[in-house]
Design a protein around this ligand. Structure first.
Ligand code: GLN
Length: 202
């Protein structure tokens, strides 16, 4: 079984670890740089991206993680995790740090102008067996995606608003996967399975 770390500084660590196990990998909470060397892939949970970026610095994980991701470590970020993996975050704090890995520009709390939280059923490229039920909590969206980035899911229109533009909410670039929403909360492990498959292929 591949070993999939779950960054354990903040957020839904237990829920992600449970989903990782259900998806057929061994879950390992990661708090120290030494633990990073034991993992074949890493999940970055949701939470608050500014706080997480500060915690990454104070736990001396920021640089080791940036280096491992640049060297090809498979990573899956949900919500705040997506923000950390992005090349650039709009509406962030000036001291917000990026891990890189995804050639995308995200906008923080993007849906929040209309609604704080909502749920939607989404078609998800690469996931069979019907739409994925997605829970969005003060979620970002992907505002710009580079040529190497595959769009896996979009929200067709923003519930409760007259903004009709589709918004990108799931992407993949190589072995780096990110969702604006929280697949650890719905009891459906198909997104984690997709990630564990990427880890196995890497
Ligand atoms: N709004 C949070 C941020 O900007 C993300 C919310 C979440 O992870 N559920 O970091």
């Amino acid at each position: 079984r591949p070993v999939v770390g779950v960054l354990a500084l903040q957020g839904d660590v237990r829920e992600h670890a449970a989903m990782v196990e259900r998806a057929g990998a061994r879950a390992l909470p990661v708090r120290r740089a030494g633990e990073l060397s034991e993992v074949d892939g890493l999940v970055l949970p949701g939470g608050e991206s500014t706080t997480m970026s500060r915690l990454l610095e104070s736990f001396e994980l920021l640089e080791p993680l940036q280096e491992r991701i640049a060297a090809g470590l498979p990573a899956f970020g949900s919500c705040a995790g997506m923000i950390l993996l992005a090349r650039q975050a709009l509406d962030g704090r000036p001291d917000q740090r990026q891990l890189g890995g995804l050639d995308v520009v995200v906008r923080r709390n993007a849906f929040g102008r209309q609604v704080d939280s909502f749920e939607a059923d989404l078609d998800f490229t690469g996931i069979e067996g019907g739409p994925v039920h997605a829970v969005f909590i003060r979620a970002p969206w992907v505002e710009k995606a580079g040529d190497g980035v595959e769009v896996l899911a979009s929200v067709p229109e923003i519930p409760g608003s007259d903004d009709v533009a589709a918004r990108i909410v799931a992407v993949r670039q190589g072995a780096v996967l990110a969702t604006s929403f929280h697949p650890e909360l719905t009891g459906d492990e198909r997104v984690h399975r997709l990630f564990v498959d990427l880890v196995r292929q890497a």
